[in-house]
Design a protein around this ligand. Structure first.
Ligand code: GH3
Ligand code: MG
Ligand code: MG
Length: 493
């Protein structure tokens, strides 16, 4: 591991020093941000070896530049290592960047880490450069600490999110055009802002970065920031743009003004990024919990099958569909026999268990996707069979009756010594509009017949004559009976 890190950091350091902007490094030094991110993503036990590799690689890389002295370099490496360790120590470990950003007070932690890490190591470096090279403390401190702090702020988010799902999402084929468009806009805008010297256009940069932040999330914003910095440095070190031709008599030099400018941008961007992410996750969670609620609202809590509410909705839909197509619609009411006694004998817990078992039988006995079975209330179930005639419904009902007997739930209070059901069903071709509650009532009347005839049986009511002969449940009264007659009569015409 030491060798791997040493080689990589050597190559990167040499490449940075060779190809990039000669004195831009006093504005932003990017490598330590990479190191901090890598430390955060690895267990602390591997830090020592990693750092050894990093500092050896960088140290050997630096020996290729002019006025290199081994002693100075050794102490500089120590300062650098202290800096990244302080930062990584103060920040939470990172498994995924989403989870990392959600760590409580993460913004404050990042700000503190970015001040203390480069700050403490900057003090050490200032002493070193003062003693060894006679540099003023403040200049030496600023050269070291500010550039490193900004560098960490610019590159650490990029490395942390490099392999995140967020980053992958940005480069999926359907998202790629938008990603490229937004980044292109940000980079082109940055080039304009920092290459135009006549007009102070710096105010344009923040909205551009905010655009990347809102459109491309934290990962996209990390790319934007990491790209904006070198563009700005490129033009500034060539004396272009708002910080390029800086009046020499000002107390704050141009480079430092650019650093302050960046520091404020990055500090403001980070919480915005977290807010955008929170909003996005909240919207997703809301959508998911709404979907869950919709499922729950339609489900019976005890048995897990559809509840009365969703049965009514489906009845409404199927009623209208059947009346449009002039197709038969069947309904069956299924009631457990002597269930009060079952509860008295075996207790309510056993009663509930039995209800669940019967519900499972019902579900297993209906096969068409449009069929509906629901808990209608108490120990009563309802079944809706669209596009099914009376004969078909009788077949399904009988199959269910038998399956419940075969379930063999012991019930010593029953003639059959097992739990049984009685089923009443009816079939009609609906006429648009009214009649749904009468439809249910017809099946209920048939169920009443089944109970009356001795239970554990299936009865149907489909003709006027049958209804007229039937003994309706006591509560109906003549007007209700007349309505039933009207519905059935209409059906027979
Ligand atoms: P019948 O054969 O005439 O239907 O007799 P029954 O005892 O089943 O009569 P009824 O339908 O009036 O009784 C309903 C009983 O079902 C009342 C209650 O003891 C029981 N019951 C209703 N809902 C539940 C429930 O959610 N859980 C349990 N364990 N029992 C229930
Ligand atoms: Mg019952
Ligand atoms: Mg009942």
């Amino acid at each position: 591991m030491v060798a791997a890190f040493a080689i990589i950091y050597f190559v990167v350091d040499v490449a940075l020093n060779m190809f990039a902007f000669a004195d831009g490094w006093t504005i932003i030094w990017p490598l330590n941000g990479v190191t901090v991110a890598l430390l955060l993503m690895r267990p602390r036990s591997s830090w020592l070896w990693m750092l050894l590799g990093v500092e050896i690689g960088t140290g050997v890389g630096e020996c290729l530049i002019e006025d290199f002295s081994p002693g100075m370099e050794f102490f500089q490496r120590i300062c650098s290592a202290i800096e990244v360790v302080i930062c990584a120590w103060l920040l939470p470990p990172c498994t995924t960047v989403d989870q990392w950003l959600r760590v409580p007070k993460i913004f404050r932690k990042v700000v503190v880490a970015l001040m203390l890490g480069p700050g403490i190591s900057g003090v050490l470096a200032a002493i070193l450069f003062h003693v060894a090279k006679g540099q003023p403390y403040l200049v030496a401190f600023n050269n070291w600490a500010t550039a490193d702090g900004l560098g960490i702020a610019a590159t650490m988010p990029l490395v942390l999110s490099a392999r995140s799902p967020q980053m992958q999402a940005l480069f999926k084929p359907q998202a790629l055009p938008r990603t490229l468009l937004v980044l292109g806009l940000v980079f082109a805008g940055t080039a304009v802002v920092f290459s135009v010297s006549r007009y102070p256009l710096v105010f344009l940069l923040y909205p551009l970065l905010l655009l990347a932040d809102s459109q491309l999330a934290f990962a996209g914003s990390a790319i934007a920031v990491a790209g904006v910095c070198p563009i700005a440095m490129y033009f500034t070190t060539r004396s272009m743009g708002p910080f390029g031709e800086w009046p020499a008599d000002l107390w704050v030099p141009g480079n430092m003004a650019l650093q302050i400018f960046f520091a404020f941008h990055m500090t403001a961007l980070f919480p915005a990024s977290v807010l955008f992410m929170e909003r996005r996750t909240m919207a997703e969670e809301l959508r998911a919990s709404n979907a869950r609620l919709t499922v729950l609202a339609a489900m019976d809590g005890l048995t897990g099958i559809a509840n009365r509410r969703s049965f009514d909705e489906r009845l409404n839909e199927e009623w209208r569909r059947a009346s449009r197509l002039r197709a038969p619609l069947s309904i069956a009411m299924i009631d457990l026999d002597n269930f009060k006694q079952f509860n008295d004998l075996y207790g309510h817990v056993a009663g509930d268990k039995c209800l669940r078992a019967v519900a499972d039988v019902l579900v297993s006995q209906i096969h068409r996707p449009e069929d509906v079975v629901a808990r209608f209330g108490g120990e009563e179930f309802a079944m809706l069979l669209p596009n099914t005639n009376a004969e078909g419904t009788a077949l399904v009902a009988e199959r269910i009756r038998k399956a419940v007997v075969d379930l063999g739930v012991s019930h010593l209070g029953s003639t059959w010594e097992v739990v049984t059901v009685s089923i009443g069903h009816t079939t009609l071709i609906p006429v648009h509009g009214d009649g749904q509650s009468e439809f249910i009532q017809l099946a209920d009347t048939a169920l009443y017949q089944a109970k009356h005839a001795g239970r554990n049986r299936v009865e149907t009511l489909t003709s006027l004559a049958a209804l007229q002969a039937a003994q309706a449940p006591s509560d109906g009264g003549t007007s209700s009976r007349n309505r039933l007659l009207r519905i059935l009569g209409r059906n027979e015409r």
